[in-house]
Design a protein around this ligand. Structure first.
Ligand code: COA
Length: 260
């Protein structure tokens, strides 16, 4: 599908999804969110795609937030619907995806931009990146999962400090907090992201999906993560990838996983 606000690039089994509204610092308007839904849905269902790297066009911003110009006319019902639909169609879709998604944070990741990065499975940042949830400066709170995912990732106390002050943190601080796993110089950011994803893609694809599902289960209300782990662990024994992984280990050769 052709997108107006996204660039899609494929490099072997890696798909790049690049948010391409540079003049607006890649802010997430309704159209961009709809395109993100379609792009991720297609990527998760495309057997040629093993994993995804999402980043922002240009050097200044990953995503500087939801598009504030679209907020002005919203009332209580419309605001509630915006958050509910956005969470379901984009942010939860990514978080619960069956393929690994890495956010390569190349600049400002604010508000919905940081929420988008936090919905991804792994985050790495350029040393020029700045991250924050500034919604309270607008009379709002994060609405795309930010109050939940930031607290899960860095702990309640630091999350509340970031959300209540609206302060931005640097990439180095984000790494110290555990919000990003790695900081790279700007020119190396995508090289590092690709290296990390290539390594992940050498592992068994169905096991990757099972691991994402099991880890997420522990953060889902009403779901027993240990039970999910047991079920996913058991299911792995029924895959050809498991047969191949064990056979390759015993034969001292590299496994050739098919995702079956
Ligand atoms: N929504 C809509 N437009 C946005 C935007 C957003 N979240 N963030 C940036 N833009 C637009 C600006 O309005 C400006 O557009 P214009 O050139 O048509 O006036 C353009 O992107 C460049 O931004 P600008 O503010 O001029 O850049 P800057 O370098 O001075 O400041 C930021 C950068 C990120 C500090 C600043 O843009 C900002 O605070 N953005 C909003 C962040 C935010 O509150 N996000 C949470 C939303 S819930």
């Amino acid at each position: 599908m052709e997108f107006q606000n996204l660039l899609i690039e494929n490099k072997e089994r890696i798909q790049y999804i690049i948010i391409n509204r540079e003049s607006k610092l890649n802010a997430l308007n309704k159209d961009t969110l709809a395109e993100l839904h379609t792009a991720f849905f297609e990527a998760f269902n495309n057997p040629d795609v093993g994993g995804i790297i999402i980043t922002g066009a240009g050097t200044k911003a990953f995503v500087a937030g939801a598009d504030i110009s679209e907020f002005a006319s919203l009332d209580v019902a419309a605001g509630t619907a915006l958050a509910r639909e956005g969470q379901k169609e984009v942010f939860d879709l990514i978080a619960n995806g069956n393929k690994p998604v890495i956010a390569a944070i190349n600049g400002f990741a604010l508000g919905g931009g940081l929420e988008l990065a936090m919905a991804c499975h792994i985050r790495i940042a350029s040393e020029t990146a700045k991250m924050g949830l500034p919604e309270v400066t607008l009379g709002l709170i994060p609405g795309y999962g930010g109050t939940q995912r930031l607290a899960q990732l860095i702990g309640k106390s630091k999350a509340l400090q970031m959300i209540l002050t609206a302060d931005m943190i640097t990439a180095v601080e984000a790494q110290q907090f555990g919000l990003v796993t790695h900081v790279a110089c700007p020119e190396d950011l995508l090289i590092e992201a690709e290296g990390l994803l290539q390594k992940i893609l050498s592992r068994a694809p169905l096991a990757l999906a099972a691991a994402i599902h099991a880890v997420n289960a522990g953060f889902t209300d009403g779901v027993n993560g240990y039970e999910t782990e047991i079920a996913e662990f058991g299911k792995c024994f029924g895959t050809q990838d498991f047969q191949e992984g064990v056979a390759a280990f015993l034969a001292k050769r590299k496994a050739d996983f098919k995702g079956e």
